[in-house]
Design a protein around this ligand. Structure first.
Ligand code: HAM
Length: 435
């Protein structure tokens, strides 16, 4: 079969079976997605997080202000458009939307710290490549109203717990502190002064960043720029006492939990809202797009979005497609596509009607039941039962209707049994449980 249409570059379909795109990247099966999502939900439940779901469409200004006007996301990666006099954006991330929702609905009035998690799609107009898409999915958490270092450490612990529950190891956690915006501003000035004499040696991108967003130069992957940066002033020297103590406490708490990390003074992250602790989690299976997840504290974001009171907060988001890439590289096997407990093969009109009713009755009991909807021959139905990997097939024809007993075939051994109609539910429920 064919169609004139294809999915948009940088997006992908999640199908019942895993499939591979032109670039050789594997897209996981829907059952694998469900397995990861269920694992995330279970870890969230254990850590006492509640779910929040915000719209995919948000006001453009929320992202521009929240993420920061000079960031790559706002400069060139937003899917934004206008309708009437409203400016819409397909959300590129979920932190600013969660803070908007928290403020709009006065979630602080629920009392205490709000521990929220989310799973959902995000959109960035990036150049698509392995691990980098235009529609991708994040799961993440935001801990709102907590200024204690324990909130930072717990945020990281939740991320590690998800990876652990999925069987993913070989991870590298990079950790840094950005201090307060005031210390950072002072540092940015010192960094600019240091880099100015090297301006001619910098790449086009870095030269642009030198004016607008000098911190991002620290992110450079270019060896000669890394060389120049070797003697650059370091941010930690500008971080005040309070921020340093906060950072030291976070590290101590991670030590207590046995979470390993490497300190990276050049880790600045690509979004403007960060303050204090920042981190990124990497996996070697990801290649160039090595970050599986990133996050940190953003104590000033609520005020940037118009709050009249500060809301100290910390969170992370992980890219689900990158998680699958890492799980693949690490050969971690996830859930198989579910198979029916029983396939009903019926022959003749009356048997088909009986089979149709019985399928519904068995499903109401919780069984996973497949049957034929194409009016195929018994042989073709048996073949289909095999293809669907049903452990049992129930065969119904004129004789069975007369005897009021179905023939149940165990597909692997070929053994057949007559099961009276009134004993079918009990029989199939028992075999489904032992299968
Ligand atoms: P981020 O580092 O921009 O942070 O994104 C988090 C994760 O989303 C990345 O580590 C990556 O796995 C995934 N990701 C980002 N862009 C793409 C893409 N184009 N294709 C595939 N995966 C991608 C944030 O979004 C912050 N909101 C995280 C946060 C939450 N900070 C505090 N709370």
């Amino acid at each position: 079969m064919s169609t004139s249409f294809q999915n948009i570059k940088g997006t992908f379909d999640i199908l019942p079976d895993a499939h591979t795109d032109d670039g050789g990247t594997r897209t996981a099966a829907s059952a694998e997605w469900r397995h990861v999502e269920a694992t995330v939900r279970d870890v969230m439940r254990r850590h006492n997080f509640e779910e929040i779901r915000t719209p995919v469409l948000e006001p453009t200004e929320l992202v521009a202000r929240g993420v920061g006007a000079s960031t790559d996301i706002v400069q060139k990666e937003m899917f934004a458009f206008e309708r009437g006099d409203t400016q819409y954006v397909l959300r590129p991330e979920i932190t600013a939307p969660v803070v908007r929702s928290f403020l709009q609905h006065h979630l602080d009035q629920r009392g205490g710290v709000q521990k929220l998690f989310y799973i959902g799609p995000c959109f960035r107009a990036e150049q698509p490549q392995k691990g980098r898409y235009r529609q991708f999915h994040q799961f993440g958490i935001e801990v709102l109203g907590a200024d204690q270092p324990r909130a930072d450490a717990e945020t990281i612990a939740v991320l590690m717990a998800v990876c652990d529950a999925l069987g993913l190891s070989d991870l590298r956690l990079r950790l840094n502190t950005l201090g307060t915006p005031e210390c950072r501003e002072e540092y940015v000035g010192a960094l600019q002064d240091f880099l100015e004499p090297y301006a001619d040696e910098l790449s086009e991108t870095s030269r642009r960043r030198l004016e607008r967003n000098p911190l991002r130069i620290l992110d450079t992957k270019k060896a000669h720029e890394q060389e120049i940066l070797r003697d650059a002033p370091t941010l930690i020297d500008f971080v005040n006492e309070k921020s340093r103590t906060h950072y030291d406490t976070v590290k101590g708490l991670l030590d207590d939990l046995g979470v390993e990390y490497v300190e990276d003074p050049h880790l600045v992250r690509g979004l403007d809202y960060y303050t204090e602790t920042t981190f990124e989690l990497e996996h070697p299976g990801l290649g160039a797009q090595s970050a599986l997840a990133g996050g940190g504290r953003y104590d000033r974001l609520a005020e940037v979005l118009g709050s009249d009171a500060p809301v100290p907060a910390v969170g992370f988001a992980a890219g689900m497609e990158r998680l699958f890439l890492a799980l693949d590289a690490a050969d971690v096997e996830l859930a198989d596509t579910p198979t029916p407990d029983v396939f009903i093969a019926a022959l003749g009109e009356e048997a088909e009607r009986w089979g149709f009713r019985t399928a519904q009755a068995l499903r109401a009991e919780g069984l996973h039941v497949a049957h034929d909807l194409m009016g195929r021959s018994l042989k073709a139905q048996m073949k289909e039962a095999n293809r669907q990997n049903a452990p049992h097939t129930m065969i119904i024809g004129g004789n069975e209707l007369e005897a009021e007993a179905a023939t149940v075939k165990e597909m692997e051994s070929g053994a057949q049994e007559e099961v009276p109609f009134d004993g079918l539910i009990e029989y199939l429920t028992r075999t489904a449980q032992t299968a």
